[in-house]
Design a protein around this ligand. Structure first.
Ligand code: SAH
Length: 268
């Protein structure tokens, strides 16, 4: 058994030259940055960033900070992961404060673990700064609690990203509890498979389902339906990535009039 003694973690310490900080930028709204993320952003000499980092957050960087975009779109990987890893290390070896800025949380579908493994394998210090993940922020900004007493007692975050051969091989039988909220990241392309497989696995076709596009951004879109109707809604509203798919009865926690009172929906 391993036990750990408390020591101030690296992310609590100051950002020194020759180090990398792997920082979660949250879902887009700069209000959702942590103070810790803000501190690292303000000190960066160079930023290596993704498509999901918002313009408003990029605007917080020091004006002389060098900016390197390594974003990728689904199925069109722009910069291979290996090259990103090398880039991080190269810049750290040039004695810079290297900020690796990622959407949401670096350790949730963000390959943060892989990057940190490589960085430390090269003898370079790596600060890891958590961020608010899309599932948490987008549902909150849409007035949907992820768990709710007597409605949802668990919540699963799962990737809907297909394998290279187009297959989506997920443990469907573990997702069929009616009191479970399921949030799919990267699932828009595979939505028809997702809804079909969940129904096959035993989830009722009337289970509420929602799509949240660009959660927490000023142009956030929320579309609600059921497992059966969701696919048609994607086409109708032309929903594109980055979007989350949320499945479960929690979606109906608040009626529209309550969402208006809470300030989530504009009054008619
Ligand atoms: N590390 C990120 C997730 C990266 S995977 C996080 O913790 O949030 C990329 C997927 O995240 C997107 O395809 C989409 O499903 C989801 N996503 C990220 N930001 C989003 C946003 N603002 N609105 C909706 N979905 C978002």
């Amino acid at each position: 058994m391993t036990s750990f003694q408390y020591m101030p973690p690296l992310h609590k310490q100051s950002f020194k030259t020759g180090e990398v900080a792997l920082v979660g930028a949250g879902p887009g709204d700069p209000d959702l940055l942590t103070l810790q993320a803000f501190r690292f952003i303000k000190q960066a000499d160079v930023v290596i960033y993704d498509r999901l980092v918002s313009q408003e957050i990029m605007a917080l960087l020091p004006s002389n900070c060098e900016r390197i975009y390594v974003g990728k779109k689904q199925a069109a990987h722009r910069v291979p992961q290996e090259n990103i890893n090398k880039l991080l290390v190269e810049h750290a070896k040039l004695n810079k404060k290297v900020l690796r800025l990622k959407g949401g949380d670096p350790f949730i579908f963000g390959r943060g673990g892989e990057e940190a493994q490589f960085i430390i394998s090269q003898g370079i210090a790596c600060h890891i700064v958590p961020g608010i993940t899309a599932a948490s922020a987008c549902t909150s900004y849409a007035g949907i609690p992820l768990t709710h007493r007597k409605v949802a007692r668990s919540c699963t975050f799962i990737t809907g990203n297909m394998q290279d051969n187009g297959a989506l091989d997920l443990p469907w039988q573990t997702l069929n509890d009616p009191e479970q909220t399921v949030v799919f990241y990267m699932g828009i392309k595979s939505l028809p498979t997702i809804t079909k497989q969940l129904i096959n696995a035993g989830r009722c076709k009337n289970t509420p389902a929602a799509l949240i596009r660009k959660g927490s951004h000023v142009d956030q879109q929320v579309v609600k339906g059921s497992l059966e109707t969701l696919e048609a809604l994607v086409t109708l509203h032309n929903i594109k990535p980055p979007s989350l798919i949320v499945i479960g009865n929690v979606i109906n926690t608040f009626a529209d009039v309550q969402l208006q009172n809470l300030g989530y929906l504009a009054p008619e």
